[in-house]
Design a protein. Structure first.
Length: 230
């Protein structure tokens, strides 16, 4: 008789945890939804954490998440660059599915502008800026050649180097190209008006110009080599 009592008590003790376990599984809730920001763009990689069950899930590239929880549980949503957000499943929630769309708020820390300069101190900056830098010989030769060209152009008759002269020359070239479009080139040797103008300029001393000067060649300054110290 005593053996039967012990056996019944043992079976009863074994059935109690099984019953509680079945009851616990029946109370599980599947929480799902979409995580977006304030501009309604999906947020990827958000950690969805259940504090009661110590479980976690990660949102997809579309912002969709899904996690198993229980009534009364606190769900935490955490992502880099966003403020933490949490929601609570009501303790009396009796449905097996729960849908919650989450909108995360951006968490940015404004900082002042930082300028990085290649000088450690202000005195180093002044010394570097005011220091005489060696000139590139190629640039020196280029400037000298430009100077010789400037002298050659300025020695021609009725030619001045100025923005106004350049604009006038460009305008004349543009007008000439528009006027002679789809036409044969003009031959001034057969143009009587051009001959009259040429004869008049010869009478006024076109071929006797004494102000013409030949352009002087540019002086090339060779860089002196420093004597090597023994």
């Amino acid at each position: 008789m005593n053996k039967l009592k012990y056996t019944a008590l043992l079976l009863l003790l074994l059935l109690i945890p099984l019953r509680s376990q079945v009851t616990g599984y029946e109370r599980f809730v599947q929480l799902s939804g979409i995580i977006t920001d304030k501009s309604h763009s999906p947020v990827q990689g958000v950690a969805v954490i259940s504090r009661k069950l110590h479980r976690a899930a990660i949102s997809e590239s579309t912002g969709i998440y899904s996690i198993t929880t229980v009534p009364g549980d606190t769900i935490v949503f955490r992502a880099v660059g966003f403020k933490r957000y949490h929601t609570i499943i009501p303790p009396d929630y009796d449905d097996k599915h729960c849908k919650a769309d989450i909108i995360l708020e951006t968490d940015t820390i404004p900082i002042a502008e930082v300028k990085i300069l290649p000088w450690r101190t202000y005195s180093e900056f002044l010394a570097d800026v005011t220091k005489e830098k060696p000139k590139d010989p190629v640039i020196e030769y280029m400037n000298e050649n430009l100077a010789s060209i400037y002298v050659a152009i300025s020695n021609e008759v009725n030619v001045g180097i100025s923005p106004e002269a350049a604009f006038k020359y460009a305008t004349e070239q543009n007008f000439s190209s528009m006027a002679t479009r789809n036409m044969f080139p003009v031959n001034n040797l057969l143009n009587p008006i051009a001959w009259v103008r040429f004869i008049g300029e010869v009478k006024h001393g076109l071929l006797k110009n004494k102000t013409f000067k030949k352009p002087e060649p540019a002086k090339v300054i060779k860089k002196k080599k420093k004597p090597q110290r023994k």
